[in-house]
Design a protein around this ligand. Structure first.
Ligand SMILES: Nc1ncnc2c1ncn2[C@@H]1O[C@H](COP(=O)(O)OP(=O)(O)OP(=O)(O)O)[C@@H](O)[C@H]1O
Ligand SMILES: [Mg+2]
Length: 418
């Protein structure tokens, strides 16, 4: 049975020389976040995706410290830690969690680690202590890592990034309303808080949901999406909750539902406004107690998911008129993110155009728009938002043939959106 000790911070004399830390984790987003914080604390950072790579990296880059995730894709963590310590006794070793694959909630511990590192600038300097405690075999040696700090103003942490409104790489747009979306995503992503994403069609709701998962501590676990509008009402319940064999005509085999499939990860309920009232009541029960019953089954299953929902309809209004259950609305809309219509941030048009033309340029030489083409785009009202822009540009690039420039003649809004 694994246990982890809490992180302790102790003041120590400062160290001035930048040192090298090696971060070993299969989770790119966790590595990135750790690296960001460590670089802010004047560490040089090397990264490794697994144990073997970390070992090779340690041999060549001689790090002073290594931070290891609670799980490695290629090696048993406990064995790895023991061998590593024997071969590299000079390297301070920090395990970001317990050391077995069955390790219980890893997320919070990784969060604690990030939190501790991020708050180092609160002390002049700090010692970060982490002790993965194992009863069998002998405990991994308690290690301390000295973290030299620099003035708080210079230190960029995940929190600062969120506060400064720096945008997410996948969410193109520097308009204030778009930066606010990125800021909100960064702030709420690491939490369990349910998020409702509201916005018109094609405005990036799904993109936001994926970013929330990517930036969460659940990023290594499944992201499961269910479009409530795309599945006939009769099948939606079984799709969501799963069913036993013979639960209904045609159920020749039992199947787990999308909720269970997302266990440990994120469940994204798209077009939640289309969910039939009967199912809203069942979903509410699950949201309240975290337990569900498969269709045709009496047994209760406990599932751990973070719920994200999206809608293009004004769900709050629907809740007032009774078209959507208000109790469920309040449970889902604990945190609200609105993706703006493209018409509300037309100043981002050139940036978006550049982004999509570059993407289209993967298949053929990159084209540019002439002034007439850009003016035509600016004059359009974009009912289909960014998705419509994506399609208009794809069409224009095809129509332009071999010409390197796209002109107004190739900008055809056609009947893409009514
Ligand atoms: N700000 C943005 N930057 C880059 N691409 C974007 C942006 N917003 C939307 N997109 C792209 O536009 C397309 C539509 O986005 P998405 O599917 O997230 O929209 P949606 O709001 O879920 O639409 P719907 O309501 O129709 O499901 C996707 O290809 C997405 O990558
Ligand atoms: Mg969508």
């Amino acid at each position: 049975m694994q246990q982890t000790l809490p992180v302790t911070m102790l003041p120590v004399p400062p160290r001035l020389r930048p040192r090298t830390a090696l971060v070993a984790s299969a989770d790119g987003s966790f590595r990135q976040r750790l690296a960001q914080v460590l670089i802010g604390l004047r560490w040089q950072v090397r990264e490794a995706e697994g144990g073997a790579q970390a070992w090779a990296e340690a041999e060549t880059s001689h790090p002073e410290a290594m931070i290891v995730d609670s799980w490695l894709p290629d090696l048993d963590l406990e064995e790895f830690l023991k061998d590593f310590r024997a071969s590299f006794p000079e390297v301070d070793l920090v395990a970001a969690g317990g050391s077995s694959a069955q390790d219980h909630p890893r997320g919070p511990y990784r969060q604690e680690l990030l939190y501790a590192l991020q708050h180092c600038q609160d002390n002049d300097t700090a010692v970060w202590k982490a002790a993965p405690v194992t009863q069998e075999p002998a405990p991994v040696k308690i290690c301390a890592v000295l973290l030299p700090t620099r003035p708080a103003a210079e230190v960029r942490t995940e929190k600062d990034t969120a506060a400064s409104g720096e945008r997410l790489p996948e969410l193109i747009g520097n308009a204030a309303c778009m930066l606010d979306v990125s800021r909100r995503v960064r702030l709420v992503a690491p939490r369990m808080t349910p998020v409702l994403i509201e916005g018109p069609t094609g405005s990036g709701k799904e993109l936001v949901a994926e970013a929330l998962h990517r930036l969460s501590t659940r990023s290594r676990k499944p992201f499961v999406a269910l479009n409530c509008a795309a599945i006939p009402e009769a099948l939606l319940e079984a799709e969501l909750f799963g069913h036993t064999r013979g639960a209904f005509t045609g159920a020749v085999q039992g199947r787990v539902g999308r909720i269970e499939a997302a266990d440990g990860g994120t469940l994204f309920l798209d077009e939640i406004g289309e969910m039939p009232p009967g199912l809203q009541a069942k979903l509410l029960r699950f949201v309240e107690c975290g337990e569900l019953q498969r269709v045709g089954d009496n047994e209760t299953v406990r599932v751990d998911v973070r719920i994200l929902a999206a809608t293009h309809r004004p769900l709050a209004q629907l809740a007032v008129t009774g078209a959507f259950r208000s109790d469920l609305y309040y449970r889902l809309a604990v945190f609200l993110i609105r993706t703006p219509a493209l018409a509300a941030h037309l100043e981002d048009l050139p940036l978006l155009v550049e982004h999509f033309l570059a993407r289209l340029g993967r298949e053929m030489p990159v084209k540019r728009l002439d002034d007439g083409a850009l003016a035509k785009l600016k004059a359009h009202d974009w009912p289909g938002n960014v998705r419509e822009l994506e399609h208009v540009l794809e069409r224009a690039v095809i129509l332009a043939g071999d010409a390197p420039l796209v002109t107004a003649a190739e900008i055809d809004f056609g009947t893409l959106v009514n």
